[in-house]
Design a binder for this molecule. Structure first.
Ligand SMILES: NC(=O)c1ccc[n+]([C@@H]2O[C@H](COP(=O)([O-])OP(=O)(O)OC[C@H]3O[C@@H](n4cnc5c(N)ncnc54)[C@H](OP(=O)(O)O)[C@@H]3O)[C@@H](O)[C@H]2O)c1
Length: 262
C-alpha cells in the first residue's frame, strides 16, 4: 500500500484514523448481553488483519479489551512481513482507552508482550488504578480531567510514538467520541447476515451521539463489495468547515466473488 504514512492523508500533526467494525444487518456490534461480538466470516477476519497490517497502532476501548480475548496484534508472519515491507514495525503498537482506568488487569492483551501497550486515561482514574495500570502498560497517559481530549492524545501518539495511521477497533463508545471530535477519516464496515435485536445491544457509535442532523457525521461511499452473504463497505468521512478538503471519488460497487476493497 503506497499510501502508508502519507502526509497527504491528514496534516502533519494528527494520525490518519480509520475504524473497522463488523455489524449485523440490524446495526449491532454485539448481543445485548455482550457475550457474542465475533460473528463475521473468516474473510472478515482476514480483512481485519489486512487493515492492521497498514496501521502503526491499533486502538480499542476498555470494554472491547476486557470483555474479549483480544491481543490486538498483527497476526501471522505473512502480515508482519507485509508491514515491514512497507516500512512499518513488525508489530503494531496497542492503545487502550479507559476514562476511569477500569480496564481489567487480567485482560488477555496484557499477557502478550510483543509490542508496547499504551493506556489513555483521565484524572478520574484513582491513584491505585493508575499504579496497577502502570505496572501492566508501557505508558499510561493522562489525557484530560474527566474526558479524554482525543485531538491532543492523537497528536501526542504521533509525536511521541510515531503513529501515522491509527486503526480503531471500537467499541461503540470510543468510536462515537472519535466521530464527534471529527477525527475519523475512514470507516470500514462489514455487514453480516444476522439480526441480533435488543435495544441495549451496542452499535458502531454509541456514547452521547448527535442531537440534530447537522451534527451527524457525513459519509461518502468509496466501495461496496459483496462476498457470499457479507457486504464490505468503505466510507470516507466527509469533513465540514475548515477541514473541507475531501475529494468525492468514484464509488466502486461489485458483486459476489470479488475481493473487498481493504
Ligand atoms: N463487532 C465488532 O466489530 C466489535 C468491535 C469492537 C467491540 N465490539 C463489542 O462492543 C462491545 C464494547 O463496546 P462498548 O461501546 O460497550 O465499549 P468500548 O467503547 O469498547 O469501551 C467503553 C469504555 O471505554 C472507555 N471510553 C469510552 N469512551 C471514552 C471516552 N470518550 N473517553 C475516555 N474513555 C472512554 C470507558 O472506559 P472506563 O469505563 O474504564 O472509563 C468506557 O467504559 C463489546 O461487547 C465488544 O465485544 C464489537
Amino acid at each position: 500500500m503506497g499510501s502508508i504514512g502519507n502526509k497527504t492523508e491528514r496534516g502533519a500533526k494528527l494520525p490518519f484514523v480509520f475504524i473497522n467494525m463488523a455489524m449485523t444487518a440490524d446495526g449491532k456490534i454485539a448481543t445485548a448481553n455482550r457475550t457474542v461480538s465475533s460473528f463475521g466470516s473468516h474473510r472478515d477476519y482476514i480483512e481485519l488483519l489486512n487493515l492492521r497490517a497498514t496501521a502503526d497502532a491499533v486502538m480499542a476501548g476498555a470494554r472491547t479489551v476486557d470483555l474479549n480475548s483480544v491481543t490486538m496484534g498483527p497476526g501471522p508472519i505473512q502480515f508482519r512481513r507485509r508491514r515491514m515491507k512497507h516500512g512499518l514495525a513488525e508489530y503494531n503498537l496497542r492503545v487502550v482507552v479507559s476514562r476511569s482506568g477500569s480496564v481489567n488487569p487480567e485482560a488477555e492483551i496484557f499477557k502478550h508482550r510483543f509490542s508496547p501497550i499504551i493506556i489513555l486515561t483521565t484524572r478520574r482514574a484513582t491513584r491505585q488504578r493508575l499504579e496497577c495500570l502502570r505496572a501492566l502498560a508501557d505508558e499510561v497517559r493522562i489525557c484530560g480531567d474527566t474526558e479524554i481530549h482525543f485531538p491532543k492524545s492523537l497528536r501526542w501518539l504521533r509525536e511521541k510514538w510515531g503513529v501515522r495511521r491509527l486503526l480503531c477497533e471500537g467499541g461503540g463508545e470510543v468510536n462515537d467520541a472519535l466521530f464527534r471530535a471529527g477525527l475519523v477519516d475512514e470507516l470500514h464496515l462489514t455487514v453480516c447476515p444476522k439480526i441480533f435485536g435488543g435495544r441495549s445491544a451496542p452499535t458502531i457509535a454509541d456514547g452521547t451521539g448527535a442531537c440534530c442532523l447537522d451534527q451527524a457525521t457525513q459519509l461518502d461511499l468509496k466501495s461496496a463489495r459483496a462476498w457470499k452473504n457479507e457486504m464490505f463497505l468503505v466510507y470516507q468521512v466527509m469533513k465540514v468547515g475548515p477541514r473541507t478538503a475531501r475529494r468525492r471519488g468514484a464509488t466502486e460497487i461489485s458483486g459476489e466473488g470479488s475481493s473487498p476493497a481493504r
